[in-house]
Ligand binder design. Structure first.
Ligand code: IMP
Ligand code: MG
Length: 177
């Protein structure tokens, strides 16, 4: 199988430092809020695992799956959601944890779905924000890094369902067909 070409964008130590800062910030901001973290699979899995180990307050964790129709190519508006919180989120403070926010469609669709259950609040946490790719407006409260338009992989993020296991974030130089 042909290997994907990429170059290093964010090294492991830099990611670790940033995640530690985000964990501390969330611990402070949510000290009295008894939050539920809802991880958006699959992209969140490494980020969330690291993040929660830097959160020093008790938190609940739930997961849901979201994907765009075209696999690794970002679909225009077709966000498929499965799973979801298995507990009532009514009146609760929610932190939605994403690997990357690109067009914003995924986060927007999830927020729309969750808001019907009347949580007290929903804030977004993402490892990477790609604001230049935004097509719908979303508020992001906690972001690890701001990236450009390039497609990125690693640290949970895939191209064609592979390379999620890279321990750093890489920028795809030549997209695999
Ligand atoms: P959205 O465009 O914000 O809805 O993002 C849709 C989904 O596309 C994300 O949850 C990721 O799964 C994927 N995605 C967008 N940009 C990238 C990227 O640079 N690398 C890997 N996945 C991406
Ligand atoms: Mg993907």
């Amino acid at each position: 199988m042909e290997r994907q070409k990429f170059e290093l964008l964010y090294p492991q130590d830099k990611i670790a430092r940033r995640i530690k800062e985000l964990g501390r910030l969330i611990s402070k901001d949510y000290a009295d809020k008894d939050p539920i973290l809802i991880g958006v699979l699959k992209g969140c899995f490494i980020f969330l695992a690291d993040l929660v180990r830097h959160i020093s307050i008790p938190v609940e964790m739930e997961f849901m799956t979201a994907s765009s129709y075209n696999g690794d190519v970002v679909a225009e508006n077709g966000v498929t959601m499965t799973g979801g919180p298995n507990v009532s989120i009514k009146g609760r403070h929610i932190l939605l944890v994403e690997g990357v926010v690109d067009s914003g469609h995924t986060v927007k669709a999830i927020m729309h779905k969750l808001n019907k259950q009347e949580p007290a609040s929903i804030q977004v946490v993402t490892l990477l924000d790609k604001p230049e790719c935004r097509k719908v407006e979303v508020d992001i409260t906690y972001k690890g890094f701001r990236a450009g338009k390039d497609f990125v992989i690693g640290y949970g993020l895939d191209v064609g369902q592979r390379y999620r296991n890279l321990p750093f974030i890489g920028r795809v130089v030549e997209k695999k067909k």
